[in-house]
Design a protein around this ligand. Structure first.
Ligand SMILES: [Fe+2]
Ligand SMILES: [Fe+2]
Length: 384
């Protein structure tokens, strides 16, 4: 029947299929049939691995039939697409119901997938890490992550990279929905860069900054529990990137409004606290493999918690009450982040320090440089 579509997700564990499927569902109103949801429920109900596998695919095919019989319905089947039969069954169902069939394959670098797998909460049917099968799987079963993905012949294949800038536009265009930007959903329980947190179109910069506070607190809590090694390094990379971008957005776009609404003192205090947080980040980086790391995390956590409390209990409420129009005028928080990242490079460390930027501004004769924040200096230099 015309207007319907069937999206067949594909990709290895940790490639971001479910995240992309949910994002597509949110934007198109399609129903998601998630293999892991059904299979884990069947395992919970007492079925063994083999019966749960067969049962979950049987349920998916039956539900696809039901849903595609609804006029204009969109259905997303979320599975790795390891079996040729899946593509064959779905191609057949789509053809019979006159629905467009798209094959959307999610890909991400192996290291990124491994990192996601280590951090995400696992369902019973899911692999727990690279090379480790789900606990319910028969011991002799071949490793799930070594299987290959099967694309049905003649189906449009769209590849969505989830470990870097990527676009859902192609998928949305192909199913007849207008393009509305890139990926915006965060993998649950992770802070993977290149896959920023989701936000609804009604989320303004204050909602977003508040959400980011929770993310930073989560990363600090994980760092406090971490052991020296690669995972700690990666968590620290995430923290540096998130926090640097967060502080730059506040300093460049939000704190100028704070000065107007609350005066210079609270703004100066906030900037000083950002300075302390940056010092703390540097110290964490210096001590990343040392016994003093825990103490450095504790110090940053205490500083951030004080700062965040003030922002959320004093600064943000004041902005909401007295400058809601200016907050709204700041627009899409993702765009603000993009702008500070453009100025600051990756948004993490490694760029010039404020002092270096100040020296450059002096050389370039930038007016008002002595009262500028780091982000403002960078922007003024960018424009000069
Ligand atoms: Fe702040
Ligand atoms: Fe903040």
């Amino acid at each position: 029947m015309p207007g319907g579509f069937l999206i067949q997700m594909a990709g290895h564990a940790g490639a971001g299929k479910t995240t992309v499927a949910h994002e597509l569902a949110e934007r198109t109103g399609a129903a998601v049939l998630d293999l892991d949801t059904i299979k884990s429920a069947l395992l919970d109900a007492g079925l063994d691995w083999d019966h749960s596998s067969r049962g979950s695919y049987a349920a998916i095919y039956a539900l696809v039939e039901d849903l595609l019989s609804i006029d204009g319905a969109g259905v997303i089947v979320d599975s790795p697409s390891y079996w040729p039969e899946i593509g064959a069954r779905l191609t057949d169902a789509a053809a019979r119901h006159g629905a467009r069939h798209l094959f959307v394959e999610c890909v991400a670098d192996e290291a990124v997938r491994a990192r996601r797998l280590r951090r995400r909460p696992h369902r019973r049917s899911q692999v727990t890490g690279p090379g480790s099968n789900p606990p319910d799987a028969p011991p002799a079963m071949d490793e799930l992550h070594r299987r290959s993905i099967h694309r049905p012949a003649g189906t449009t294949r769209i590849v969505v990279r989830t470990d870097g800038p990527s676009e859902l536009r192609l998928v949305l265009d192909a199913v007849g929905f207008s393009a509305v930007g890139g990926l915006s959903r965060q993998l649950p329980g992770t802070g993977i860069p290149g896959f920023p947190p989701r936000r609804s179109s009604t989320m303004d910069v204050i909602d977003h900054l508040t959400e980011e506070h929770r993310k930073v607190e989560g990363l600090l809590a994980q760092l406090a529990e971490s052991d020296p090694g690669r995972e700690r390094q990666e968590l620290l990379d995430d923290l540096e990137s998130s926090l640097s971008t967060h502080m730059a957005v506040e300093e460049r776009f939000v704190y100028p409004v704070v000065v107007d609404v609350m005066g210079e003192e609270p703004e100066q205090e906030a900037e000083n606290e950002h300075g302390l947080a940056r010092d703390g980040l540097r110290q964490m980086r210096d001590l990343v493999d040392e016994p003093g790391f825990g103490a450095a995390v504790e110090m940053v956590t205490a500083g951030i918690s004080h700062h965040v409390h003030e922002e959320e209990h004093e600064v943000f409420p004041a902005l909401r009450e007295r400058a809601s129009d200016r907050v709204a005028a700041l627009g899409d928080p993702e765009e603000l982040e993009r702008r500070v990242r453009d100025v600051e490079g990756s948004g993490g460390d490694g760029g010039p320090t404020k002092e270096e930027l100040y020296e450059q501004a002096k050389d370039a004769d930038v007016e008002g440089r002595s009262s500028m924040t780091k982000a403002e200096l960078a922007e003024a230099l960018d424009e000069s």
